[in-house]
Design a protein around this ligand. Sequence first.
Ligand SMILES: C[S@@+](CC[C@H](N)C(=O)[O-])C[C@H]1O[C@@H](n2cnc3c(N)ncnc32)[C@H](O)[C@@H]1O
Length: 310
Amino acid sequence: MRDPDALIARAGVRGDPDRDQHFLVDDRVLNRLPTYLESEALRASDEGCEALRASDEGCEALRASDEKREAIDRTHLLEIGGGTGALTDRLLALEETDEVTVVERDPDLAAFLREEFRDEIDAGRLTVIEADALEVELPDFTASVSNLPYGVSSEIAFRLLPERRPLVLMFQQEFAERMVAEPGTSEYGRLSVSTQHYADVELVESIPKEAFSPPPAVQSAVVRAVPRPPEYEVDDEAFFLRFVKALFTQRRKTVRNAIRNTAHISGLEEPDAVVDAADEELLKKRPDSVTPAEFAELAALADRIGERTD
Ligand SMILES: C[S@@+](CC[C@H](N)C(=O)[O-])C[C@H]1O[C@@H](n2cnc3c(N)ncnc32)[C@H](O)[C@@H]1O
């Protein structure tokens, strides 16, 4: 494996925090990141699963995870923000990976990646795209592992999640906690509902600042997202997400008042008609204790009888 500090030295750069450049320099973290495309039990088995095998429950989990491993297609990995290529190198080393595509906005870093990985590019295993990840046409990737530029991590995540591919993404810790939060917690909000609409998400590891050069201001965390259909029906996804956004602008209010007060955001002409028809128990709740399925139920009702303006 290429040494991350040596890559930075060869590139002759210093990460610029103003351009979201915090390079991973901890080998153990770099080596672990691609393994999050596998389940916990499987990773444990790779690290020596004797203890796991000793318990029936563990062996059951191991069998289940073997099935999951089959299901995750790692043939074409996408990395957003290649930097000096330390993670790229680990992705290229994966047995099942035929192809890696890296998107890097910084022209100097993109040029360095092309030089450093010339053999892999010539072999057709690596493509370096110099572009803004918010604008580039995404390739037909099967999964993504990325240490995201924090300034635009939300926008990038919501470009990737609708692609419905397995994702292993690094975020700021607090953002990651909000993505995976459960109803009834202080972290639960629009971000949790929107994220969990697309995937089962899990915060798999917190990463200290010292794992990066230069260190960011706050701790980071890795989120694994495995796509699945939501457990509820949504006819109009854009309206569902807008309705959730609207209600969470009033997270301290009851759902009843939140529906009435946010018609300018949700686009409902007749919010009172929705309130009159909705379940009383649900109307008494506050948005931060409403489950995604309950939001979907309310959004479907609003869509049917709320007379949308759009
Ligand atoms: C946190 S660093 C990660 C670098 C490398 N993958 C690593 O783990 O060491 C984020 C990288 O994204 C790049 N970047 C910042 N904004 C970007 C954007 N909008 N589109 C693509 N790349 C971007 C930065 O230049 C930087 O190289």
